[in-house]
Design a protein around this ligand. Structure first.
Ligand code: NDP
Length: 498
């Protein structure tokens, strides 16, 4: 009789379920693109005197979306003249309660048309729809609501100081948060009784122009807001125009310095919100899973095109290995691709020029001896893309630890003591923001006191609220936007303004 061999029952093979996300594209038919956009001057869309137009493209597909007017010197002059006239005849002496009504109306219209704005923002700038829908638009509306509330309370905000508007504000904004930056600039300017000439970035003019339509429909008096599109030269013409009283600029430190030099001695009021190289500091007692989410959000939100991005991660040595493992795992799950897909975490890089800048800085990191890690995600063929990237073995002298990359690239360094963390965090010409992750409240306060940064987030990152002031130290600029502080740069307290 054959011997029956006793076989051990085989353990069922364990398979990790692989869940593929079905595509979930946001429909674009809500957006009505025009072939050509004019300048918004004196309450009307007008053709540019320059006769020039430039194309704005979708960075995820490289398709042309529309042609946009390029404002020349004469166009900027007309816009400033319209703003001056509106200030003197229609806006300056309007009671605060009336100004507030217009701002509330704009805020409500932004909410009503939020989806249209969000889709257009994503098409023109490349950011994921879930961000433009859930962050940019709600915050932009919130800024108008918030400053509408202040418009009739300036005497209470600044008791016994007789606050008066400055006049015409020239405002130049970047491409990373186009509609949100427009709201950050326009809402406090209008609430305080100033009129404005706004220059959106060359690569992302469309939502500002849609805001122009909203402003028209809100029946804001003509000339109170003027929008002049164009490139850097248009921005330079706005800020140096002799009849502009106040300049508010958000953008690169390099251009900020140029503007400051150009304005020296002119008597114009100036606020600058410039670059950053923020430290996100994780202590070994921090809840690591929460910290991972904060670190990921800190650097990969909006493809890292964020002035306050946590682009330098400082990790206390005992937490380095476990945190790195968790970060690498998390990176594998990030979805890079079509920004209009509601599942997308990382969208398109805003422009070819910005992509080249990121590539150049990343190459310098590899060349200088840092160790690069990228997940193996597949990138679309057309458009501008960059994989989420981590660098370890980074020293403080490396360019990737010093320069603003403005892309999805994180440089990881370590530290042993809180004092060393402070030293390394402050070892930068910038000073816009910082993050601290620890279980101990006393340590948060100890760190926050020593950090040379305008904003210090504790156990969170990239939190914004219209009532919270935001702004920098050192080469990150000066002046505050948001909150009560954000009113002050638009006001004169000596009683000798117009
Ligand atoms: P810029 O500083 O050049 O652009 C910001 C805004 O200023 C844009 O509207 C731009 O117009 C305008 N501008 C350009 N030159 C002048 C000038 N001489 N006078 C007045 N306005 C001007 O930033 P870039 O878009 O060139 O980006 C370069 C780098 O700057 C990025 O890689 C990033 O590191 C940093 N950056 C930082 C930002 C921040 O918020 N901290 C925001 C944007 C960029 P136009 O777009 O038409 O050139």
């Amino acid at each position: 009789m054959a011997k029956i061999e006793k076989q051990e029952p085989k353990a069922p093979e364990r398979r990790e379920p692989v869940w593929e996300y079905a595509t979930a594209p946001e429909a674009t038919d809500i957006v009505r693109l025009e072939d050509r956009y004019g300048l918004f001057v004196g309450g009307e869309f007008v053709e540019p005197k320059s006769g020039k137009y430039f194309e704005t493209i979708n960075p995820a597909t490289e398709e042309t979306l529309a042609e946009v007017a390029e404002a020349g010197l004469e166009d900027v002059d007309l816009a400033v003249t319209a703003a001056r006239e509106a200030h003197q005849k229609r806006w300056r002496d309007l009671p605060g309660t009336e100004r507030a009504k217009y701002l509330f109306r704009i805020a409500r219209m932004l909410q009503e048309r939020a989806r249209e704005f969000a889709v257009l923002e994503t098409m023109d700038g490349g950011k994921p729809i879930k961000e433009s829908r859930d962050v940019d638009l709600p915050l932009a509306a919130a800024h108008f609501f918030y400053y509408a509330g202040w418009a009739d309370k300036l005497e209470y905000a600044f008791p016994h100081r007789r606050p008066r508007p400055l006049g015409v504000a020239g405002q130049v904004i970047p491409w990373n948060f186009p509609i949100l930056m427009a709201a950050w600039k326009l809402a406090p300017a209008l609430a305080t009784g100033n009129t404005a000439v706004l220059k959106p970035a060359e690569t992302t003019p469309l939502t500002a122009l849609l805001l122009g339509q909203v402003i028209q429909e809100a029946e804001l008096p003509p000339g109170v807001v003027n929008i002049v599109t164009g490139a850097g030269e248009t921005g330079a013409n706005v800020v140096t125009h002799p009849d502009v009283n106040k300049v508010a600029f958000t953008g690169s430190t390099e251009v900020g310095k140029t503007i400051r030099r150009a304005l020296a001695g002119t008597g114009k009021h100036l606020t600058l919100e410039l670059g950053g190289k923020a430290a996100n500091i994780v202590f070994d007692d921090a809840p690591l899973d929460q910290a991972v989410e904060g670190v990921i959000n800190g650097i990969f939100f909006n493809q890292g095109h964020v002035c306050c991005a946590g682009s330098r991660l400082l990790v206390q040595e005992p937490a380095f290995e476990p945190l790195l493992d968790k970060l690498k795992d998390r990176l594998q799950t990030l979805r890079v691709g079509n920004p209009l897909d509601k599942n997308t975490d990382i969208g398109a890089i805003n422009s070819r020029q910005q992509l080249q800048k990121i590539e150049e800085l990343v190459a310098s990191g590899v060349q200088e001896g840092a160790e690069m890690y990228q997940p193996d995600c597949v990138l679309p063929e057309r458009g501008f893309w960059f994989r989420p990237t981590l660098f370890t073995n980074v020293s403080q002298s490396h360019r990737i630890a010093r320069e603003e990359i403005f892309g999805p690239v994180l440089s990881i360094l370590t530290f042993r003591t809180p004092a060393e963390a402070v030293e390394k965090a402050n070892n930068t010409p910038y000073g816009l923001s910082a993050g601290v992750w620890t279980d101990k409240g006393s340590r948060i306060l100890w760190m926050a006191e020593r950090m040379k940064a305008g904003v210090v987030w504790a156990n969170t990152f990239n939190r914004f609220d219209p009532s919270s002031p935001f702004g920098g130290y050192k080469e990150s600029g000066f002046g505050r936007e948001g909150g009560l502080h954000g009113l002050e740069p638009y006001l004169d307290f000596d009683g000798d303004s117009e």
